[in-house]
Ligand binder design. Sequence first.
Ligand code: URA
Length: 201
Amino acid sequence: MDRTTGDEPLQELAAAEACCTRCPLYRFATHVVPGEGPSRARLMFVGEQPGDSEDKAGRPFVGPAGRMFERALADAGVPRGKVFVTNAVKHFKFQQRGKRRMHQRPNAHEIDRCKWWLDQEIAIVAPRVIVALGATAVRSILERPATIASLRGEPHALNDGISLFVTIHPSYLLRIRGEADRAGAYEGFVEDVRRSWRHVA
Ligand code: URA
């Protein structure tokens, strides 16, 4: 499903993103992955970058981390169709190891170059609340590094009256080994999502 259908400014932006050469990542990726959701969404989630599945599909959060994210949205009572979902970096960064493409973290230069696109998504959608999922999204939005722990739990005022909430990235949950630890971290994540939704309600 194309969740941007009918939203001309977002479609034009996605077309421009597809031609991006602002950093070298476009050379290796299959697709650019623009943000997706209603152009008047009040809540925007910003992830890190597309993964292997997203790169192939050209859509954000459709792989394992996306399924975890969708489950958390559902458990928090947030309809996915009402939120805008995007990434700090629009192309997949990876290292080829045999047949596998191993995820690599985008560096500060790549994050900063891609902020150009995120800023335009924010300008079009004009959300009331942005949720940064993980450290890369925080680095992009605040334009400086900061820890999740130092910002989590409370809204932070950005320009234009937007409130920023900060939480973990859903892929972190996939890496936690112990079942009890994973369940606790998941509950905390759902509570963060719920809190951000209440803020826009
Ligand atoms: N992780 C992200 O940060 N974004 C995606 O779209 C998928 C996985």
